[in-house]
Design a protein. Structure first.
Lengths: 457, 255
């Protein structure tokens, strides 16, 4: 029998007992819907987590420090550093080399200094942090009031809303567009005597570059224009005490030569060039982090990224998907029994018909394939209906969580997402499951002895 | 029907002539050799067919007669390839059915045999035309040819005005005609009829048998009919074969 005839006969047979086959098909669709709803929930949660993590900016970032500096963060790594005193320094040259590495989009120093904003005769203390222009995509700016920095060296500031409330408790947003004065410490070369030597005696008073012996920190004032307000610190991570409250373009902080506490380290070293405590390296995509991290380690620096955290996260979601899938499959397993039951009933009812078909030339294979096709057709229909039902359930879940989140003043977010591959896979799976369920009834129909069935009556 | 008699007897005499010289022996339509069909029922063994040797020549109209339980239907099913012999052989056009695989047997039923039953066995959900087309579906006959052949078949049985009717809308005689048209659909050389008049009144039964005999003559089809109505068998069949307890007990050649 040709495929077309097979499908036509199968559909005709299914329509003979509409109620029974309809109920079975609905059973399958409920099974598929529950499976799809569960898996889509898993996918949605995973997407939400990934979105969150990508938004946090931590997953495409490598933190680089010199092995000469602070130790003890990573004892295992420390043990590998046999001669820390010979390790390279994180200076301008190293920064340029890292910038040239493949897949590196940005290398910026981590700048964090103490500052004071002078306003109405009062001073307000806060940590000042430099932000690269790429920070614009960070999730902290999702709720930005006002604008982002115009350039990397603009005399502009973005304030944390809490800090702005300190400055203007009544109407913090009125600060946007206003000027503020920032008081900070500038790192300056030591004053020189007429011979070109530092005026302050150091360990060896021979060189002519003042910076060789240390530097002085001088109080400075800088006028800045407030361009925006944000609620949380970008790349805030786990910082507690030193949480930034005043944000400047990182270029501006470098230009102003703000003195950081970590500068103490370079004053001890006595190096003629300025060095960085920490460089923050941004990578094109999280998948390339490991490679970049390797390349920087090869240069002799200590690196850190949260790559390992993503690994365990992926494992968590695989397990979650597995469990959701198992729970979702339970309903489909029940539907499988319904298919078997329906088809066994059909075989019993159509005994005589099967006998007639065999008598007029149907082979055992034809009969088997006919019942298989009927099972497959119910599976296909159930699959399609199940997807629609699953979509409805998903919309319901999203709608429900949106209401729940909004009530708690949290931004609504889709926790449920049905990707196209899941739609296809669910229909194929539904057909395959139905075919497997059809194995026994179809085999039974094929084995029917036509002589016996025609004797009936 | 008298006009049909001369070619009939000519054919019969040819047969006698041919079987008398073994060197030029033509292939018989049906030949069974010591065929047995036994099956267990509880403790005992039922010998439904118990050593039947029988030869039927092409174009012959043979009636199998006997009491119920005499084994005539079992023998018919063996000829139809619906059942397999316990021992012995069943040769149809020289091919031993006992040696065919179940797929090959299905092919044999598709192309070489047409079957008509006492209970008509039409598929209730299908129209007349669809019922006739069904065996052609299994034989994978092209769709347009199928429609044409089904119409032709129904024309032969005089039912081409009932194409879209369901079996339940037809009289018993009409249903048996549809079943006959279905049996003819794949142009078989052997027509097997199991009590074709059993569910019909005597007039309608006669009509059906007239039709079968005409078709047998015009299409050169061999007919084997199981019946217990001796009078009808004597009127239409060329040869009467009597069975009892699974064995051939008597044979009468008419015409």
């Amino acid at each position: 029998m040709t495929g077309y005839d097979l499908v036509e006969l199968a559909v005709r047979n299914l329509r003979q007992s509409k109620l029974r086959n309809g109920l079975t098909t609905i059973g399958i669709s409920v099974g598929v819907a529950s499976l799809v709803a569960m898996l889509s929930l898993g996918v949605g949660l995973q997407q939400m987590a990934t979105r969150r993590l990508a938004g946090s900016g931590l997953f495409d970032t490598v933190f680089v420090t010199s092995r000469q500096d602070f130790r003890g963060f990573d004892r295992e790594d420390d043990a590998k550093t046999s001669h820390p005193e010979q390790a390279p320094i994180l200076d301008e040259l190293a920064r340029q080399k890292i910038t040239k590495l493949a897949n590196v989009t940005e290398v910026e120093p981590e700048i964090r200094v103490m500052g004071e904003v002078v306003s109405g005769g009062e001073t307000h203390f806060g940590f000042v942090a430099g932000l690269p222009m790429s920070a614009r995509v960070n999730e902290a700016f999702d709720n930005l009031q006002g604008k982002f920095f115009s350039t990397n060296e603009a005399d502009e500031a973005i304030l944390l809303t809490d800090f702005a409330k300190e400055l203007d408790p009544k109407n913090p947003s009125a600060l946007i567009g206003q000027g503020i004065t920032l008081r900070y410490g500038e790192r300056q070369a030591l004053p020189q005597d007429p011979s070109g030597r530092p005026a302050i005696a150091g360990e060896e008073n021979t060189a002519n570059n003042g910076d060789d012996y240390g530097f002085s920190v001088v109080r400075k004032l800088q006028k800045l224009r407030v361009v925006g307000l944000i609620d949380s610190e970008p790349y805030g991570g786990m910082r507690t005490v030193s949480r930034g409250r005043i944000f400047l373009p990182v270029g501006t902080t470098e230009r102003l030569n703000m003195a950081q506490f970590t500068d103490m380290r370079s004053s001890l070293r006595g190096a003629s060039t300025k060095s960085y405590m920490t460089l923050t390296v941004r990578v094109k995509d999280p998948g390339k982090v490991a490679a970049v991290q390797d390349a920087i380690s090869q240069m002799g620096f200590r690196t850190f990224s949260v790559l390992d955290a993503t690994k365990s996260l992926r494992r968590f979601f695989t397990v979650l998907d597995l469990f959701l899938g198992i729970f979702g499959s339970l309903a489909l397993a029940v539907a499988t029994l319904a298919i078997i039951n329906t088809l066994v009933m059909a075989v019993l009812e159509r005994r005589r018909e099967i006998g007639v078909m065999k008598a007029i030339g149907a082979s055992d294979q034809d009969v088997k394939r006919l019942f298989f096709t009927e099972a497959g057709a119910m599976g296909f229909l159930g699959g399609v209906l199940g997807i629609l039902l699953g979509l409805a359930i998903g919309k319901g879940i999203n709608f429900g969580t949106a209401i729940y989140l909004t009530r708690r003043q949290l931004p609504a977010e889709a926790v449920w997402s049905m990707p196209l591959w899941l739609v296809g896979a669910a229909i194929v799976f539904s057909i395959v499951v139905s075919l497997v369920a059809g194995l026994y009834p179809a085999g039974r129909a094929a084995r029917l002895d036509p002589v016996e069935t025609l004797k009936y009556e | 029907m008298a006009a049909a008699a001369p070619p009939f007897s000519v054919a019969a005499s040819n047969r006698v002539h041919m079987s008398s010289s073994p060197a030029t022996k033509a292939v018989s339509a049906v030949r069974t050799e010591n065929v047995r069909r036994h099956y267990p029922m509880g403790e005992s063994l039922i010998r439904a067919v118990d050593g039947v040797s029988l030869t039927i020549e092409p174009g012959e109209f043979v009636a199998l007669l006997g009491q119920s339980g005499s084994g005539k239907s079992t023998l018919l099913n063996l000829l139809a390839g619906l059942d397999r012999p316990t021992s012995g052989s069943v040769l149809v056009h020289g091919r031993d059915l006992a040696k065919l695989s179940s797929e090959e047997l299905a092919g044999y039923r598709q192309n070489e045999v047409g079957m008509v039953f006492q209970a008509f066995h039409l598929i209730a959900s299908m129209t007349t035309a669809e019922n006739v087309e069904l065996p052609m579906r299994f034989a994978e006959v092209d769709r347009t040819e199928r429609a044409q052949r089904s119409r032709e078949s129904l024309e032969r049985v005089g039912l081409d005005n009932r194409l879209e009717h369901r079996p339940s809308e037809l009289s018993g005689g009409e249903q048996q005609r549809v079943s006959l048209a279905r049996a003819l659909a794949n142009k078989p050389s052997l027509l097997l009829a199991d009590e074709p008049t059993g569910n019909l009144d005597s007039r309608t039964g006669e009509d059906i048998l007239n039709l079968i005999r005409d078709l047998s003559l015009s299409l050169g089809m061999t007919v084997v009919m199981v019946t217990h109505e001796r009078a009808l068998a004597e009127r239409f069949a060329e040869r009467l074969i009597f069975m009892a307890d699974g064995r051939l007990v008597n044979e009468e050649v008419r015409a």
